[in-house]
Design a protein around this ligand. Sequence first.
Ligand code: ZN
Length: 367
Amino acid sequence: MAAADDYDFCGQIISPGTRIETSLKIGNDPLGQSAEIPVQILHGSNKGPKVAIIGAIHGDELNGTGIIHHLVHGDDHLPGTSDDHINPKHLAGTLILVPVANVEAMMTNSRTSPDGRDLNRLFPGSEKGNQSSRLANAIFTHIVKNVDYLIDLHTAPYTRVNVPQIRADLDDPECKKIARAFGTKVVMNSKGPKGSIRREATNIGVPTILLESGSSHRFEPDAVHGGVIGILNVLAKLGMIERTMLKPNWRILVRKFRWVRAPIGGILHTLIPGGAVVKEGETIAYITDPFGARVDDIISPVNGYVVGLATTPLVRPGDPIANIVIVREKKLQEIIAKESYDDQIHDEISEHDIEDEDGSTLDETEM
Ligand SMILES: [Zn+2]
């Protein structure tokens, strides 16, 4: 392998085979302090691709931050110990890690920036635009435009949980390659909403995948662990590290899904976990009145696989309860039902394209 040259990050020169902690300067805060986004760079000894991994574009979605922490420092959070996953001396290429993209949003436990805007609808941003648009511009100019691939880490909002799933434009061969390599059982095919970092980065030739896993406002060990494994799989696929890729035993490539919504307001009791296989006509949840009496049942309208689920009990009419991918084929239903909670690693992946003409696409409803 060819030895790497120095890496230049905003004028800071980084030697091959080293890790540095730095920041991307984005102006100043209301008290005049320097406003900065923490950035960690692992610059490999050998030449290879540049990959950015970004967490907390939505400030309350913390699992991505945890994933980046564990990726670099291992489960003990101690630098330089044997459980660290990546040693720059044995890395081919460069990792640009942004554990918290929207710092002010995170510090206020909020999805959005202090101006109330969703950063992930404002890429590529504008130098002279509003507050959030300038933040988007800084990230896009100094991080996105300087890498070959991007991984964007998200969770469901506080009221729901998402089964681990990669979202990517599967019509883009490079996106599809890293989406499949990541190794989640569910891969959602969509370009992403206009202004999302995923869509805009892919548009300028930086293939980008998005991980949705777990829920907001907390670190969830399973989501964090799965995210670390997925990233290592992608880095192995790109030839940046030496590692046997871990694969799921089945995978579904999905274009559409159904939202099942609360028919009335009340107190929700779900009867299934995320990742359940449900049958058409099956009662998946019920709603009680304030005295605890059951007043309505929520029925699955389809045979399918639950990729997202409400987790908080207070619901109003129309609130999303379950996000279900339709799985028509009986054999596939059986495979998924049997293996849903099986974390064993298999050599062969049973991969299925799920066709559904009736559901909605992520681009219509992504949040
Ligand atoms: Zn998000």
